[in-house]
Design a binder for this molecule. Sequence first.
Ligand SMILES: CC(C)(COP(=O)(O)OP(=O)(O)OC[C@H]1O[C@@H](n2cnc3c(N)ncnc32)[C@H](O)[C@@H]1OP(=O)(O)O)[C@@H](O)C(=O)NCCC(=O)NCCS
Length: 169
Amino acid sequence: MTLSSKLPIPEAALLEQYGEEARLCPCDNDQIRLVFSQAHPFDLVELEQLLEAVGWSRRPVRRVRKALNHSLVTVGLWRHDPRIPRLVGFARCTGDGILEATVWDVAVHPLYQGNGLGRSLMTYVLDVLATMGTERVSLFADPGVVSFYQRQGWDLEPQGHRCAFWYAS
Ligand SMILES: CC(C)(COP(=O)(O)OP(=O)(O)OC[C@H]1O[C@@H](n2cnc3c(N)ncnc32)[C@H](O)[C@@H]1OP(=O)(O)O)[C@@H](O)C(=O)NCCC(=O)NCCS
């Protein structure tokens, strides 16, 4: 199944490095290229460093590896380098991908925040889930981040609190 994404498709060399479903993340700085990938492997220490940089506690690498292996979708946002790309954003989803999926661990590195990357990350994640045919997507927002999702069209439930749902139709 080919990803039908709203985001730009990169050139062949990047598709080779990051996988056929890689997409470019729009970015104001034309000195750097940012790429969403489901295929580029993670260095789990680098991933935990990213999540630590946004203020979350470290988790044992072995357990994180298992969690990633059991995830429905894992998305890395990479600052492109032909040799050593840097992980600057991340999100993953669990679920069946048909009736339900839940988004977890949405993070953009603090140095890259405030430039629309988080919004593009959610666009990419929802594009992937829509391509799978997922009917309903949920997530549990941290208290300070609820409006980040709300502005992108997520419905808050129940009664406008922390649980947000995205309905495909
Ligand atoms: C939340 C996060 C992913 C947003 O990434 P980002 O790249 O800074 O977000 P963007 O620049 O794409 O912002 C998109 C919009 O959301 C708003 N926004 C960004 N962070 C926000 C926050 N924490 N709370 C509310 N709104 C926020 C922006 O102002 C922007 O608004 P606009 O549409 O009016 O321009 C990032 O700040 C992050 O990693 N935070 C720490 C981890 C975290 O809390 N993750 C979410 C767990 S539920």
